[in-house]
Design a protein around this ligand. Structure first.
Ligand code: NAD
Length: 325
């Protein structure tokens, strides 16, 4: 018996595009909506203040992907020149349970997170959205923008804000080369970033005692806010003023809330999870005036469908190292 080990650079060499990841993740959400996935709420350990190491298992029928992501987020790493998010993902053969692959999960996490923003935009943004706003111009911001470009064909302008102006500059330089058709506007404050934005993505560090900079009234009518950072960026009044509050997994949202650290003051009613929207069980945006909020915490289904597509490519192209079990 042997498994395939895929390093970060092996994963990248498999050339999966955002379009490919979006298709896989949208399908994963659809299967989740149809009840064809098994995904318990993620348990975690927290060895340092504001840090987490989460275990994220899932099985996705039809795609036949089963496995576990073991992923950490350490805000203090940034100051040490280390990545905030690191981890490994194990895939098992669903028929026998035997491990078939171990791979770096940083690229997968970033791309599937971006894709979850794209899926939220597909069902919840105004299709004619022209302006995006991004708070936190780090790793997750990049694939989030890639996914918005794929989903919102009329996107023209990106308003960018970060605690560090150098991060905004790096983001604009990199993304400007990738998307020369977009106009990038650096913003000094979160409120300025939000001005007139049709879709706002927030990706700042998740902290246990946040002072959210985005207040009620900042999301425009017809706007969509996608939070990748739990309740760190938007005040509860801002979340509660939205007409629809959605999530990528209601079960996980409520379970995390139940632990008593995050989501203490989110809206009472969660309208839908993205699976229900992707499966056509609930309607997404109903009109051009609705303010909609998507709380995307990141789900293991997204990881497993992406990892399985990478595994299939690695088998076909002989990328990666074969290791005895
Ligand atoms: N929901 C998901 O699926 C998912 C997946 C991965 C990561 N995340 C979360 O996304 C967030 C960003 O992760 P990342 O990997 O991009 O981290 P990162 O460190 O690469 O980027 C975060 C950026 O936010 C900036 N920042 C920090 N505090 C800020 C503030 N108060 N205002 C404005 N900017 C601020 C930092 O300077 C940095 O550029 C984290 O909260 C992480 O846990 C979510």
């Amino acid at each position: 018996m042997e498994l395939i080990y895929l390093s970060r650079s092996d994963v990248e060499a498999l050339n999966m595009t955002m379009k490919d990841v979006l298709a896989a993740v949208d399908n994963g959400f659809r299967l989740k909506g149809l009840g064809k996935t098994e995904m318990p709420p993620k348990p975690g350990i927290h060895p340092r203040p504001d840090s987490f190491i989460h275990a994220m298992p899932a099985y996705v029928q039809e795609v036949e992907s089963a496995g576990l992501k073991w992923v950490s987020g350490y805000p203090a790493n940034t100051g040490k020149g280390l990545p905030y998010i690191t981890g490994l993902l194990v895939l098992n053969d669903p028929a026998t349970g035997i491990p078939i692959a171990v791979m770096d999960c940083a690229w997968i996490t970033a791309m599937r997170t971006g894709a979850s923003v794209g899926v939220a935009a597909k069902y919840l943004a105004r299709p004619d959205s022209r302006q995006a706003g991004i708070l936190g111009c780090g790793v997750q911001a990049r694939p989030s923008l890639m996914a918005l470009v794929e989903t919102l064909p009329q996107l023209k302008e990106v308003r960018c804000c970060d605690l560090f102006p150098a991060a905004v500059k790096r983001f604009m330089d990199e993304m400007g080369k990738l998307f020369p058709q977009l106009r990038f506007i650096p913003c000094n404050t979160p409120a300025d970033m939000a001005k007139n934005a049709d879709v706002i993505v927030t990706a700042i560090p998740i902290v246990t005692k946040p002072a959210p900079p985005l207040e009620a009234g900042l999301l425009k009518a017809g706007g969509l806010a996608v939070s990748l950072d739990y309740d760190s960026a938007w005040t509860s009044a801002a979340m509660k003023e939205c007409d629809k509050f959605c999530s990528d997994d209601v079960g996980q949202l409520l379970s995390t809330k139940g632990h008593g650290v995050y989501f203490g003051d989110i809206p009472e009613r969660v309208y839908a999870d993205l699976g229900e929207l992707a499966a056509g069980l609930k309607k997404g945006r109903a009109n051009d005036r609705e303010k909609i909020f998507a709380m995307n915490m990141g789900i293991a289904v997204d990881d497993m469908v992406t990892a399985k597509a990478l595994y299939d490519r690695a088998v076909k192209t002989r990328v990666g190292v074969r290791l005895p079990l």
